[in-house]
Design a protein around this ligand. Structure first.
Ligand code: HEC
Length: 278
């Protein structure tokens, strides 16, 4: 008996490919390597100390060009976040200046020190100002970046990833981007090449933002390019999905409940059918 016709198989292949992003033209040329992440898998979690180091990198390096407009200072103290106290967050927010939402008595907008409820201010007044300072290229907001670049690992690994529900393609891609620079010297057009960038031939307007010892860690963690990259990417994964830990813990409880429930149903079935003659 013929169960699956050729057409059904072809349709299935298309569904799998679109679902895993393998159909994306740029993405298919780029090979993204799988990395180890604390937040991967069913027991994934964020390491507070790592998020703090990642935030330090964002603050000291990336924030010169990239906004984080969906994150409020108070979020840094949320459950499952960086583990900062209220006072630490107040002090941290006060280092930034924001424009108040309301004008003053003369009707003028005015700047003030940021408070915990404020969102991270963007480094540029608007997109055109941002482009003008970056030789025409726009540095994108990083709030959701870790989830917005779903570059798959190419055939045949994307099939494995689909079945094992591996979801860390965004962070893997960012790791390739940040560690894949060919050189820190620009070419004649003032551009760079990162072999991990999905643009054509890896040509990117961003100079390599990280190298060994770019920032100084206070917790004794080795300040290598690889470590810096992992730390800032973990922080960006948190900004993109702050409820990741809760989601995974709930998922685990649901599965556990379903297993127990299946067991109970099986026992009930045995009992109900015990005295029925076949
Ligand atoms: C001097 C300015 C500058 C700094 C500092 C900087 N970037 Fe960028 N970044 C840019 C520009 C400009 C682009 C757009 C590049 C393009 O379109 O060619 C960009 C693009 C990106 C992208 C998007 C890549 C893609 O797939 O489209 C990511 C992710 C990124 N930067 C991460 C970072 C991180 C993380 C840091 C800090 C470690 C950082 N950047 C520091 C200027 C900067």
């Amino acid at each position: 008996m013929k169960i699956l016709s050729k057409n059904t198989l072809a349709a299935l292949a298309v569904v799998v490919m679109t679902a895993t992003g393998a159909g994306n033209a740029n993405a298919s040329e780029l090979k993204v390597e799988k990395q180890e992440w604390t937040f991967a898998g069913p027991f994934g979690y964020f390491d507070d100390a790592q998020l703090q180091r990642g935030f330090q990198i964002y603050k000291e390096v990336c924030s010169a060009c990239h906004g984080l407009s969906r994150v409020a200072f108070r979020n840094l103290g949320d459950k499952g976040a960086l583990g900062y106290s209220e006072d630490q967050i107040k002090a941290l927010a006060a280092e930034y200046e924001v424009t108040d939402a309301q004008p003053d008595e003369e009707g003028e907008m005015f700047d003030r020190a940021a408070k915990p409820f404020d969102y991270f201010p963007s480094p540029f007044a608007n997109d055109n100002a941002a482009r003008a300072s970056n030789s025409g290229a726009l540095p994108p907001d990083l709030s959701l970046m870790a989830k917005s670049r779903a570059v798959g690992r190419g055939f045949p690994l994307f099939i494995v990833d689909a079945f094992t529900m591996y979801q860390e393609h965004g962070p893997d891609y960012l790791y390739g981007l940040l560690t894949g620079y060919e050189s820190d010297e620009p070419n004649d057009d003032g551009k760079y090449i990162s072999h991990g960038y999905l643009g054509k031939d890896g040509i990117i307007a961003m100079a390599p933002p990280l190298a060994d010892e770019t920032v100084e860690y206070t917790d004794g963690t080795p300040a290598t390019l690889e470590q810096h990259s992992k730390d800032v990417i973990s922080f960006l994964m948190w900004t993109a999905e702050p409820k990741l830990e809760e989601r995974k813990q709930l998922g685990f409880k649901v599965i556990l409940f379903l297993i127990l429930f299946a067991g109970l149903l099986y026992l009930t079935k045995r009992k109900v059918w015990a005295n029925i003659e076949h």
